[in-house]
Design a protein around this ligand. Structure first.
Ligand code: ATP
Ligand code: MG
Length: 212
């Protein structure tokens, strides 16, 4: 059960937050790069249940986003997927997730919360920062065009890392699907097939999906 753990040290677990609507190669490269840089034993992808920052009527069902995340990470033994945000009632807050993971893993595991530098700014401005910093180390990923200039964030608690240039976003993937443009190679092959099979994103970006 200890396979891959750095000898002697505490287990190091990355927690990759996102909406994953859909998951794409930018997310996967970011997780892989942070796992390498921070010597992580595993990365747990946590699809947001009800991301409060996004227009919920336009977000694909949590179950589809969860399944796509499973499909995209299936062949990497270091990557796992958690249902905790998908199964939790109410809007999704990172602090609830980290509290829950902390109690599941116990005090001896080191948690690294990984997300885009853009999302990180929002999380750290709205939620209880002191407690967040006790629960995990924060890693913000910069993608082309989303660079954070001045973070105003305390040293030692947050790291910003440069992800190899992959200017992919879920928004662009959804728009491409809705226009009949290919998303091959922007997302894993299984995600292209899942989207084709389910018909996800076909009705975007019209006035927005009618809820219900
Ligand atoms: P959307 O376009 O719907 O906002 P997204 O591509 O930003 O989607 P999210 O699920 O919101 O995807 O992403 C989770 C986190 O991963 C975000 O904070 C985002 O900044 C980061 N991220 C997304 N794409 C990349 C990329 N190409 N390189 C590095 N980080 C990325
Ligand atoms: Mg985004």
């Amino acid at each position: 059960a200890d396979a891959g753990r750095a000898p002697g040290g505490p287990r190091r677990v990355g927690v990759m937050g996102g909406t994953f609507d859909p998951i794409h190669h930018g997310h996967l490269v970011a997780a892989s790069e942070v796992a390498h840089l921070f010597h992580l034993d595993e990365v747990l992808f946590v699809p947001a249940g009800r991301p409060y920052q996004k227009d919920l009527a336009k977000v694909a069902p949590a179950e589809d986003r969860y399944l796509m995340t499973v499909i995209a990470t299936a062949e990497n033994p270091q990557f796992k997927v958690s249902r905790i945000e998908v199964d939790r009632e109410g809007p999704t807050y990172t602090i609830d997730t980290l509290r829950q993971l902390r109690s599941t893993y116990g005090p001896d595991v080191k948690l690294f919360f990984i997300t885009g530098a853009d999302a990180l700014g929002a999380i750290l401005s709205w939620q209880n920062v002191d407690e967040l910093f006790e629960l995990a180390h924060f890693v913000g990923c910069n993608r082309p065009g989303h660079r954070l200039t001045d973070t105003g964030l305390p040293d030692g608690k947050v790291s910003l890392v440069e992800i190899p240039a992959l200017a992919i976003s879920s928004t662009e993937c959804r728009e491409r699907v809705s226009k009949g443009e290919p998303i091959w190679y922007l997302v894993p092959d299984g995600i292209v097939r899942y989207i084709n099979k389910t018909g996800l994103y076909l009705d975007e970006p019209s006035a927005g999906r009618t809820p219900g």
